[in-house]
Structures are given as C-alpha cells and as structure tokens.
Design a protein around this ligand. Sequence first.
Ligand SMILES: NC(=O)c1ccc[n+]([C@@H]2O[C@H](COP(=O)([O-])OP(=O)(O)OC[C@H]3O[C@@H](n4cnc5c(N)ncnc54)[C@H](O)[C@@H]3O)[C@@H](O)[C@H]2O)c1
Length: 384
Amino acid sequence: MTKLKWGMIGGGEGSQIGPAHRLGSGLDGLFEFTAGALDHRAAEGIDYGQRLGLGDRAYGSWQDMLAGESAREDRIDLVTVATPNSTHFEITKAFLEAGFHVLCEKPMTMTVEEGEEIVRTAEKSGKICAVNYGYSGYSLVRHMKAMIARGDIGEVRLVNAEFAHGHHADAADADNPRVRWRYDPAQAGVSAQFADCGIHAMHMASFVTGQEVTKLSADTVSCLDMRVLEDDAMVNFRMDGGTVGRLWTSSIAIGRQHGLGIQVFGETGGLRWSQEQPNQLYYMPLGGRLQVIERGEANLSPEADRTTRVTIGHAEGMPLAFANIYKDLAEAISARKEGRDIDPAANLYPRAEDGLRSMAAVVAVAESGKQDGAWLDARPPMFQ
Ligand SMILES: NC(=O)c1ccc[n+]([C@@H]2O[C@H](COP(=O)([O-])OP(=O)(O)OC[C@H]3O[C@@H](n4cnc5c(N)ncnc54)[C@H](O)[C@@H]3O)[C@@H](O)[C@H]2O)c1
C-alpha cells in the first residue's frame, strides 16, 4: 500500500481535537501529514504548520489550501475538517466538489438541509465523505457490533445508551465565555448537550445494532436557569429493526467525567461497554455466567483483530479509536486506487449519511423537547 497524503483544516496549536487527529492519522504509517490550514489566524496557522514540517504546504486559510492543493499533481488524498461546527458545511462541500476525500468532524452540518446537500455532493463527486464518530473505532465496540450481527444475543430488544459528564455543572462558571456559547442558540444551533454528546451515544446505538432511529420523544431541560439550550436530556427512541432505545445525556452530572456507555439486551444475552474502561466488554448469555471479554484476546472477530495494536492487558484509548477510523479510510482510499474491493472488516467508518441522520435526530430532540416530549419522526426527509 502506497503511503497516502493527508491534510487538516483547523486543529491548530492548543486546539482540543487536532492532536488526536495527528496521532490517529500517523499511527500506522499509512498517511503522511502533508498539508494544513490549521488556524483561523493565517500567520499562526502557517507558523505552526511549518513547525510540524509542512513547509510551503502550510497555508494561511482553507481557501488557499483548496487552491494550492487542487493545482498540484501530488495533491493530498484525504482532508480532515476539524474547525468549529458552523464552518464544516462550507469547507466539506468545497473540498468534495474539488475531488478530495473528506473526514469531517461532527456535527457535519448545522441543519438537516445542509446535511442532505453534503450527501448529494458526495454522491455526485464519487468521493468519500466520512464523519468522525470516532468512538465507533474502539476495538471492542467493533467486536460488539460483530457479536450482535452474528446473533450472539439473538434479536435485539433494548438499547440503553448514555453520555453524561459534570463539567458544566458549576453555576459560578456558567458565564465563562468558553462554556456560555455552547448554550446560546445563536452560536450552538438548536441543541447543546444532546448535539454535543448525546448524539455520540445515539450514533453508537445505530452502529452496534445495525439499525436506524425512526422516531423519538425527548425531555430536555436547562438545569441552570440562565441557559437557553438544554444541559440534560432523556430521549426515548425506536429503531427500524424494532429495537427500543433509551438515552440519557447530561453536562451537570457532577462526578461523571466522560461517561459514554452502551448496553444492548437481546433475546438470548446482554452486552455492556463503557468508554472509560474501553478494554473490557461484558457479555452475559441467557442462563450462563457473566464473561469479561478483553481487548486483544484470542478468537475475537476480524473487526476487533484489525483494530487492536497493543498486547492484551495494556490500555488502548481514544487516539487509537481515531486511528482505526483513519485505518479504515486508508483501506477505502487504497482499494479505490487499486481497483479492488475494500476489506469488509474495514468498511465501518461513519458516513455522510450518518452525519445527516444525526442532524435530523438533533432537530427532532430539540423540537420534541419544546412540545413536551411529543413523538416525532427522527429521519431526514431524504430517508423517509
Ligand atoms: N469526534 C469527537 O469526539 C470530537 C471531540 C471534540 C471535538 N470535536 C469537534 O471538533 C471540532 C473542533 O473542536 P475543538 O474542540 O478542537 O475546537 P477548538 O476551538 O479547540 O479548535 C478549533 C481550531 O480550529 C481553528 N480554526 C477555526 N476556524 C478556522 C478556519 N476557518 N480555518 C482554519 N482553522 C480554523 C482554530 O484556530 C483552532 O485551532 C468541533 O466541530 C467539535 O465538535 C469532535
């Protein structure tokens, strides 16, 4: 496999998510960090890019990068969009139209209409548009999906997912500009906590069960009075394979750190996984004994085997989950270049369609919350 060229927009010095993308894309030696427009301030972006070794492919803006890379024969193969949310649509659309494969941070867009446009643009361009629901890259999440697909827990009856933290619980800190914007509709859109965190849990419910959310009912609240948007939500949902879904998300849950977790209950067994202990998957077969499946142990699924790198008993964490999304994308891009089929165990990266479905769910949660929990269609018009 030839080394692929990778570029990033956003993810500048001091950003939250930029380092995880650089680590993830670089881990397996499949991508070379080649170009970037890393900061909203041109000079700082160029300076940081040059310090990271990008030379004259450190650009001052994404528009310069688009023009510069489009003009080159050795243009980048994949660009990651890791800028703030409101810029994702414009940048992703422009790069897809210019013929680049894109990995866009979540949320992919700010509206359902924009999401549909990205899906259409990706289809028209024939390019990959992936969305970084990076937690779906964890090895044991992949294994959970494989176990459910091969029938280890029978027909799935119920999914219980949550993503709760307590980092916005302090009323004295609520006016801090770094916190406040998240609850301001003008800057955050229609939803705060569900759009930021709850949506990861909902995506994971779809990812592991292989089912899509069809309708939902939400109870959204702002536990801190000064907030317009919700800091806590309880969402009930139904999936197209008949599964019942329950989801809790919160930013005021003091003592919770990064509490993304999922439990799936079927006719003949149950599974439980938690992001803070990602190297263990709990499996209870009906009438049997509780089993702890360890990441890296023998006889796991091909999907788990290809996404584990450190020997059993050594912790693997979030940057390696991101690395698995990049590993999938490297395989998908290389398969296209070489005119062969993609390894099925790699064909699991989240797509633009997932970004669109998520946006429709976010809008439905916000609207249902306003309507006292009315059950609403959670599907984008394109998929109704
Ligand atoms: N998938 C995940 O698990 C996950 C986790 C955290 C953040 N995110 C997403 O990643 C994105 C970035 O979040 P963050 O926390 O790193 O933000 P941040 O504010 O820490 O960093 C944003 C970076 O983008 C740069 N930037 C802003 N506008 C730009 C532009 N027009 N051109 C080039 N660079 C620009 C800024 O200078 C900064 O370096 C958000 O969309 C967020 O939702 C995803």
